[in-house]
Structure formats: C-alpha cells, structure tokens
Design a protein around this ligand. Structure first.
Ligand code: ZN
Length: 283
C-alpha cells in the first residue's frame, strides 16, 4: 500500500494512493491533526484505516505533502556507500555515522526548496532511501530489525556544503528550512520485498547525476536499525535516511552546485520520485 499525506479542499489528510487515484480518509477525531500518518502508524491501524471504502479523487486534484509531518526524529546515515566515500576522500566509517535533521526541514515531494540569498554558495543534493519505523524498537537484533520497518519512502538530504564543513559538525549545513523533501508516499514494507536491491538515482535539470543501487550500502537497513536501537529507542514514524551514493555535486569534477531555478529529481525504484525546484529567495 502507498500511504500519503495530502492537502485536499483545504484539509491535511492521510490517504491511500492507488495508481492515479487518491483515497483520502478522515480518521475519527483526527480531522485537524497535523500528522495523521504518524499517528496511524503508532496506533498500528494505518493499513486498516486507509483501506476504508471512500470516494477516490484524482491524484492531480490533491497536493502531496511530506508523508510525515512531525516524526520524533529523522536520523541520517552519512558515508554509507563506498563509491560516495571515494568521491569525498573521507575514511570509511567502522560503524554507521549518524546525524540528525529535525522535522522543520521536511517538505513535500514537489515543493520548492527555498534558500535564502547569500546563505550558501554550495547547495547540494543527496538521493536516499528512507526507512519509516513501524513499532517501538529498542536493542533489536539484526535478524529481527526489518520487522520494525513500517515502510519505505524517498528523501533528498539537501546539504549546504560550506555550512556543513565550516562549523566542525553538520547540524546547520543539513538543517536549513526545506532541506528534507520526503515522499511522494510511504510504500509499506510488504510491498518492498528487497530494500537492498533498488535502483537509486538523481537528476538535475533532467541530467542524471546519481545512478546506483541500494545494494551498494555499507550498512544495510537491518544493520542500521539494530545499531541505532542499541543507543536510542526508535519510535513509530521515525525516519532513517540511509545515505547517498556517488554523484553528489561536491564530488563531481568540476563541482556542481544547485542554483536558482534548477530542478532536482530523486528516484528510488519501486518507491517513487521527488521533483523539487530550487528557489533562491530575495527577501
Ligand atoms: Zn545524506
């Protein structure tokens, strides 16, 4: 099942997506809640609730939003593809290298990424497979880890490299407003038989810049969940962005930075496509 969060007739609603049709569901008592999808996942009722027989509306008539609005945490794994590590010249991590984006970064799968003028000269993209946690995970084994996955979605871990590398840690450079386009929906885990065998790619203005496979990850989804859960409890709706393959702007020769008017597409096979224009704001 594909589960989205949509704006339809002025309301933000959880919805099932089937082909070109969206089935928005207003769960009782949740009409105005800001993160209906996360709440449905936490309640264990997402698939049941969203299977409700309701009238469908054309996909073109809704605005797809980030499928999650307020996850407790968005954990990103850095340097998790061997080909990407080579292009950065950095050392291969011995364990997953985790950092955070906070929920204020989230934006929709077609939303404009708005960057304040003068805030960065090195705006970059990172195509990533994102995992959505389905139930509370604390110190789980590698063998059991994927049973804690609710589903998968697509993230663009937008990064301002100058800010990222001038501060001594990565928080500012990874956490500008709009730096986490997510979506276009969550595909439930039962519909993703092998998360480690998916094509992953990015395009800038239609030109392919990243083209790899999730099988190239150093630490796979199961290892990453098991590792993180030793130190911190993972909660339903938490997002883990699993790192990016080679081909980011920083690693190219010559380097390539996003500019006003560029359009970035990030795609993961069998999951979906993000298509975000970049706008450098003048105010
Ligand atoms: Zn990343």
């Amino acid at each position: 099942m594909k589960i989205a969060q949509v704006r339809y007739e002025g309301q933000v609603l959880a919805a099932r997506v089937d082909g070109d049709t969206v089935f928005p569901v207003v769960a009782e008592g949740r009409r105005h809640m800001s993160d209906a999808v996360r709440d449905l996942i936490a309640d264990g009722t997402a698939e049941e609730t969203l299977s409700t027989d309701v009238a469908g509306v054309p996909l073109a008539d809704v605005e797809l939003l980030s499928p999650l609005a307020a996850p407790q945490k968005i954990i990103c794994i850095g340097l998790n593809y061997a080909d990407h590590i080579r292009e950065t010249g950095l050392e291969t991590p011995k364990v997953p290298l985790a950092f955070v984006k906070t929920a204020h970064c989230l934006t929709g799968p077609t939303a404009t990424v708005r960057v304040p003028r003068g805030s960065t000269e090195q705006l970059d993209w990172e195509a990533e497979l994102a995992v959505v946690i389905g139930r509370t995970a604390r110190d789980v084994s590698v063998e059991d880890a994927t049973s804690y996955v609710f589903g998968y979605t697509v993230a663009n871990d937008v990064s301002a490299r100058d800010a990222q590398f001038s501060d001594g840690q990565w928080f500012r450079g990874k956490n500008f407003d709009d730096f986490c386009p997510l979506g276009p929906w969550i595909v439930t885990a039962s519909d993703v038989p092998d998360a480690q065998g998916l094509a992953i790619s990015a395009r800038v203005n239609g030109e392919t810049v990243q083209d790899s496979s999730t099988k190239e990850m150093i630490f796979g989804v199961a290892e990453t969940i098991a590792y993180l859960s030793r130190y911190m409890t993972l909660y339903p709706g938490d997002v883990i962005a699993t790192g990016t393959p080679h081909g980011v702007g920083m690693g190219r020769d010559p380097q390539l930075w996003l500019r006003d008017g560029d359009v970035v597409e990030v795609e993961v096979e069998g999951i979906g496509l993000l298509r975000n224009p970049v706008h450098v704001t003048t105010d």
